[in-house]
Ligand binder design. Structure first.
Ligand SMILES: *Cc1c(COP(=O)(O)O)cnc(C)c1O
Length: 417
């Protein structure tokens, strides 16, 4: 199990186990695991990497995990000889069974487990443009842990689940989605975050922490661990569509652990992070391009995070610098074409976000930034929604209330007590 000390990246100081911030600066915290070599366990899903997850126990029913496979279709189209795909969605023919079809499933399960181990059973507060909320709703339905979700009204269509009410672990004794409270917010993701920030400081509630939460990052880091196991080496390049960039930080941190392990290579993968322009703050910060006015009607709207953890110690900028990374700005048109190319060549549907990463890979291959023989890992961060619908009935989670101000949310929660 994951024995670790929690350290500030900036100065290495050890902090209390459940801290989310450092005392002297705005550095991220990082788990410094006792185990130095990856020893996969015979456990379901991501739990096989338990040594490098900040939890003692597991939620066995949360069996989502990355699946790494060698691409033929897309690899052929792009003339890449060693293209590997980490598929993080639902595609049972390949063994991919993420219950809510995105790599947020990898974050939600260890976060909820860690919260349980904390012992005081707070209500976890999550603000999300949809995929994160869906993933947390699924795990909370399994375990019966209380969860409060803030989701922009526009994203409510993403709030589906395959778990009918009352089908949690030990059905009858735990609540199923009944413990999940969904509050819709008039506004965008940023507005949802701001309301969540007010509520999570009230007694009995706990912030989920976003990029500051090591359980989220190390859960996502299993993408790199699974790939290294499959390839028997660290890939040379890593492509991912990012909003907050947390997945990029996670890939970098997992690679640092693998480098220490020593058996998978002594280098770090180059991070190739992609955003949908014009809503692309990480792209603008890294390339020095002017911010354009944000657009509310984008091909992808899950990737827009107005305050990514960019310049903080251990954040996105450090990850890019240390890995000699690149950031790509992808237009709607390029993303639409890339989505079609991927779906036709790999024969599985994907979400819009990962199409941004496919477009970035296409650009890099054309520009010679990656060479035809390079070992490349493409993170398909979500997919298989059409595929899961063939087997499951999707139930929509309905909001308990729609709010425009945090006071309304607090009033509603007071009334529920
Ligand atoms: C959240 C998300 C991303 C981006 O995640 P980061 O936290 O920025 O790494 C990419 N794709 C999908 C499908 C997502 O849900």
């Amino acid at each position: 199990m994951g024995q670790y000390r929690l350290r500030c990246v900036s100065d290495g100081s050890v902090q209390p186990t459940y801290s989310l911030s450092c005392p002297h600066d705005n550095s991220l915290l990082r788990a410094d695991y006792q185990v130095r070599q990856m020893e996969p366990k015979s456990l379901p899903g991501i739990w096989r990497f338990l040594d490098w997850l900040p939890v003692q126990g597991i939620i066995a029913e949360a069996e989502g995990a990355p699946v790494t496979y060698r691409s033929r279709g897309l690899a052929g189209e792009l003339e890449l000889e060693n293209l590997y795909i980490s598929f993080n969605g639902y595609w049972p023919e390949r063994g991919a069974k993420n219950p809510t079809c995105s790599f947020k499933d990898l974050e939600a399960a260890p976060t909820m487990q860690r919260l349980k181990e904390r012992g005081d059973n707070p209500t976890l507060v999550v603000a999300s443009a949809g995929n994160t909320a869906r993933a947390f709703a699924h795990v909370a339905s399994l375990t019966g842990q209380p969860l409060l979700l803030f989701v922009p009204e526009k994203s409510l269509a993403r709030m589906w689940t395959t778990m009918p009410a009352g089908t949690g672990i030990g059905t009858g004794t735990v609540a199923g989605p009944g413990q999940v409270t969904l509050i819709a917010v008039q506004g965008d993701y940023y507005d949802a975050i701001q309301i969540a920030e007010k509520v999570q400081s009230l007694p009995g509630f706990a912030p989920e922490g976003g990029a500051r939460n090591i359980a989220r990052r190390d859960g996502m880091g299993t993408v790199m661990l699974d790939a290294a196991l499959a390839l028997e080496q660290i890939p040379k390049h890593y492509f991912q569509a990012v909003g907050s960039g947390t997945g990029g930080i996670s890939a970098w941190e997992a690679a640092l652990r693998l480098r220490t392990d020593g058996r998978y290579g002594s280098f770090l993968p180059r991070l190739h992070l992609a955003q949908n322009i014009p809503n692309a703050p990480i792209y603008c910060a890294w390339t020095g391009k002017e911010h354009e006015a944000p657009c509310s009607d984008m091909f992808d709207d899950v990737l827009f995070n107005r305050k990514p953890p960019y310049a903080v110690p251990g954040g996105v900028k450090d990850a890019l610098q240390e890995t000699r990374g690149e950031v790509y700005g992808i237009t709607d048109r390029q993303a639409i074409a890339a989505k079609k190319l991927f779906e036709e060549s790999e024969e599985i549907d994907i979400l819009n976000a990962p199409a941004i990463a496919v477009a970035a890979l296409e650009q890099a291959a054309r520009a010679g930034t990656v060479q035809p023989k390079d070992i490349i890992l493409l993170n398909i961060t979500g997919g298989g929604v059409a595929r899961i619908k063939e087997e499951h009935t999707l139930c929509m989670l309905k909001p308990h209330i729609i709010v425009s101000h945090w006071e309304q949310a607090v009033q509603f929660l007071e009334g529920k007590k």
